[in-house]
Structure formats: structure tokens, C-alpha cells
Design a binder for this molecule. Structure first.
Ligand code: PLP
Length: 421
């Protein structure tokens, strides 16, 4: 085996196509508000809030202070067996109080992919406990992204994330259903047999799949199918949770009652690695009865105290600064800006839900080239599947910054279109 020359940093970005990024990676060294700065001093507007996570903006002194204070008191203590730590307890109470699920219990962990593992294993464990061992199938939407741990990889609706491991899915018993048409979902459920289905999982607004808001009636349809057939409904709110659609959870915006909600990212705005699931009483109650088994999905950092302290401070900032209302306001601005692009024949479609925007370009104009041109001018946007430019800045973005990034997208399109001629 030979080693290629010039392999760059020792850090392997496992979510990058290494041959094409080598020599042109951007190393971020500092963040301040809605901007980040590279090691060579370039100032970039963070038009994607990192990976849809930096909702309160970067570099907040108050967050640094909260971390330092918690670490001085107790960096963390585990939550196995009889042990808890007070910050994890407080965060669980807070999340339960904001949740659309009444009397919820919260399991905490370290991120979005973790949350998917813990949710999907719980769905199967629940049906075992209910004496329905045949209910093992997990159904997910085409174009879905649920992280890249083994279960998230297995339920991926973006085929390139699921393929290449030798079998259709790493974890057995998964299948996909249509992402727009609820009648097709009904047919898929009937073909598989509802008696075999443990859970349906869905992002309320698909993110990585290309910013796809739900078709009217679609989420309600999933809810109805789940209710009719004794199937658990799991909403993956890793992107949408904690305000990105202008509500604490998209379930509230769309009026849906899931059995489990997966969360991460916005719970701490990325100031700590924290995620978790919100669980409805019908699912947690069987594990609280005398004689019940342990669910068994703890990790060393489930309920990490410093992570929890940062999540609590982040939620306090969202409340204090009225950032949910701010998102609803920015949604209006984004809508107006993207609607104004309707006559541009280089653009196939624009989509908005909350502070999630997608600009789908004609196939001959590469979204990757457009976002590369944007970064040269100081604007971070991200190419998504389907030749879509993602716009999803922090909630603290000004109206002018939001208008600025849409204008920067159009200018970059001019450059790429001129090159394509
Ligand atoms: N679920 C959704 C909808 C996501 O967008 C992501 C990450 O982008 C994940 C799960 C995985 O989260 P993480 O990257 O924190 O593991």
C-alpha cells in the first residue's frame, strides 16, 4: 500500500471528500456574534449557523462564564444507578416544561446521532416489553438525514449515507417511505405490515435533504397512521428543536403529538456537545413499574453537568432576548427576499420554514461552486443535496445581514453562470 503525497493536517475530516478539499480547507479560529474568522484573518458571515447549530451566535462571554462556574463547582458526575447531578436534573425539568409532550421524561446524551440511536433502540425495546416482539421495523423518509451512527446510517433516506457497508442497512429491519405523498406512505405501511413496524421517524422539516418543509397534511397523516396502527411516531428535531421554526419545537408549529422527540444542536447552540430525547408517558411508564427491566442506554457523558449548564444558559438567552419571535420576524424577511427571486430562471425553486431557507438551482449551475464563490466574498452558505444553497444563520442575524446573504447568493450565481457560458 502506498501513501499519497501531501495529505495535509493530521485531522481527517471524515465528512469531507479529502482529494478535493486538500489545500483549500478553511481553518476557523475565532467566532464573534454572527461572524467567524479564519486563521488568516478572513471575516465570514456564518450564514448556516455552522451546521444549523450556532443559534445564539458565537463567542458569548456569558456562556464562557457559565462553563467556568460549573467546572469550578462540578465538571460532571454520571447519572447511572442511584446517581444524578443537579444540572442534568435542572435541564431535564426545563426541557420537559418547554416540550409539546405532557409529563415527558428526558434522556440526555452527547449529540444528534446519539439521540437517534437512543430513540430507535427505545422504540424496539418498548415493543419487546409490550409483548410485541415482532414489531422491529423502523421506517424513515426518503431524503432523510438522521446522523451517522450505526442506526442513523441504517435509516438514512439519502442513499449515499446508507450505502457502502455491504448490506442494505447496518442495523437490520429498516425501510423507507415517500417524503411528500402520504397515500404512498400508507401503501408502504400496508405492504410491510403494521404489526411489524415499531416506529416511524421523520424530520418535520428535512434539512440535509435540501430544506424541504412538510407538504400540507403530511405530518398530520404520519400522526394518523401511527395512531391507527400502534406505531410510535418519532420526530427528529435535531435541527428544528429550540427555535429554528419560531417555536420551541416544530411539533408545536405543526400541531403534531409525537411519542418521542430527538434533539441536539440548538439545545446548547453548540456551546457544548449535548443532545437527548423527550419521551411521552406511554413509552416511559412501562420502564418505571415495579419489576420493569432497565432500558440500558447510558453513556459516561449522559447528562454531563457542564454541558447541561451551557444548555440551560443557552435556553435562558433565547427566552431573555425573545429569539423565537425574532426567528418568526426573520422568516418573513427571508420569505420576501426569496419570493423576489421568482423570476430568475437560474433558480428552480426556493423554500422557507422558519429560519431555514433553501435556494434550489438549475442543475447546470453547481450549488457547490456558488457557495465557494460566496465564501470568497465573506459569506458562508452550504451546498445541500438537490443542488440547493442552504441559508440558516443564527437567530441574532440582522435583517440587513439576511438580505445581504441572499444578495451574495445572486452575485455568486452571476459569477458561476458567466463561467458556465
Ligand atoms: N438529525 C438531523 C435532522 C440532523 O440534521 C443531524 C445533523 O445534522 C443529526 C440528526 C445528527 O446530529 P449530530 O451531527 O449532532 O450527531
Amino acid at each position: 500500500m502506498t501513501t499519497p503525497a501531501n495529505t495535509g493536517s493530521a485531522l481527517w475530516s471524515a465528512q469531507a471528500h479529502m482529494p478535493s478539499v486538500l489545500g483549500r480547507q478553511l481553518v476557523i479560529a475565532r467566532g464573534e456574534g454572527n461572524y467567524v474568522f479564519t486563521t488568516d484573518g478572513q471575516r465570514l458571515f456564518d450564514g448556516t449557523a455552522g451546521l444549523w447549530h450556532a443559534n445564539i451566535g458565537h463567542g458569548r462571554e456569558e456562556m464562557a462564564e457559565a462553563a467556568a462556574q460549573q467546572m469550578r463547582t462540578l465538571e460532571t458526575y454520571h447519572v447511572f444507578g442511584r446517581y444524578l447531578n443537579d444540572r442534568a436534573v435542572e435541564l431535564a425539568e426545563k426541557v420537559a416544561s418547554l416540550s409539546p409532550i405532557a409529563d415527558a421524561k428526558i434522556i440526555l446524551n452527547s449529540g444528534g446521532s446519539d439521540s437517534i440511536d437512543v430513540a430507535l433502540k427505545l422504540a424496539r425495546r418498548y415493543w419487546q416489553l409490550q409483548g410485541r416482539p415482532e414489531k422491529t421495523m423502523i421506517l424513515s423518509r426518503d431524503l432523510a438525514y438522521h446522523g451517522l451512527h450505526a442506526y442513523g446510517t441504517s435509516v438514512a433516506g439519502l442513499d449515499f449515507n446508507r450505502e457502502g457497508y455491504g448490506t442494505d442497512s447496518l442495523v437490520p429491519d429498516t425501510a423507507r417511505f415517500d417524503t411528500h405523498d402520504i397515500e404512498q406512505v400508507r401503501r408502504t405501511v400496508a405492504e410491510i405490515g403494521p404489526h411489524r413496524i415499531a416506529a416511524i421517524i421523520a424530520e418535520p422539516v428535512q434539512g440535509t435533504g435540501g430544506v424541504i418543509p412538510p407538504a400540507p397534511g403530511y405530518l398530520e397523516g404520519l400522526q394518523q397512521i401511527a395512531d391507527e396502527h400502534d406505531i410510535l411516531l418519532i420526530l427528529d428535531e435535531v435541527i428544528t428543536g429550540f427555535g429554528r421554526t419560531g417555536h420551541w419545537f416544530a411539533a408545536q408549529r405543526y400541531g403534531i403529538r409525537p411519542h418521542i422527540i430527538a434533539m441536539a444542536k440548538g439545545i446548547s447552540s453548540g456551546y457544548s456537545a449535548v443532545g437527548g430525547i423527550i419521551v411521552a408517558p406511554e413509552v416511559w411508564a412501562p420502564f418505571y413499574r415495579t419489576g420493569a427491566p432497565i432500558y440500558r442506554h447510558g453513556t459516561t457523558y449522559s447528562g454531563h453537568a457542564t454541558s447541561a449548564a451551557l444548555a440551560l444558559k443557552n435556553i435562558e438567552i433565547i427566552e431573555r432576548e425573545g429569539l423565537l419571535d425574532r426567528v418568526l420576524h426573520l422568516e418573513g424577511v427571508l420569505h420576501a427576499e426569496l419570493d423576489a427571486l421568482a423570476g430568475d430562471d437560474r433558480i428552480e425553486e426556493t423554500r422557507v420554514a422558519g429560519l431555514l431557507g433553501g435556494i434550489q438551482l438549475r442543475p447546470e449551475l453547481s450549488a457547490e461552486r456558488v457557495t465557494d464563490a460566496m465564501v470568497d466574498e465573506g459569506w458562508i452558505a452550504r451546498p445541500l443535496r438537490g443542488n440547493v444553497v442552504q441559508i440558516s444563520p443564527p437567530f441574532t442575524t440582522t435583517d440587513d445581514e439576511l438580505r445581504g446573504i441572499v444578495a451574495a447568493t445572486v452575485s455568486a450565481l452571476d459569477v458561476v453562470a458567466a463561467d458556465a457560458k
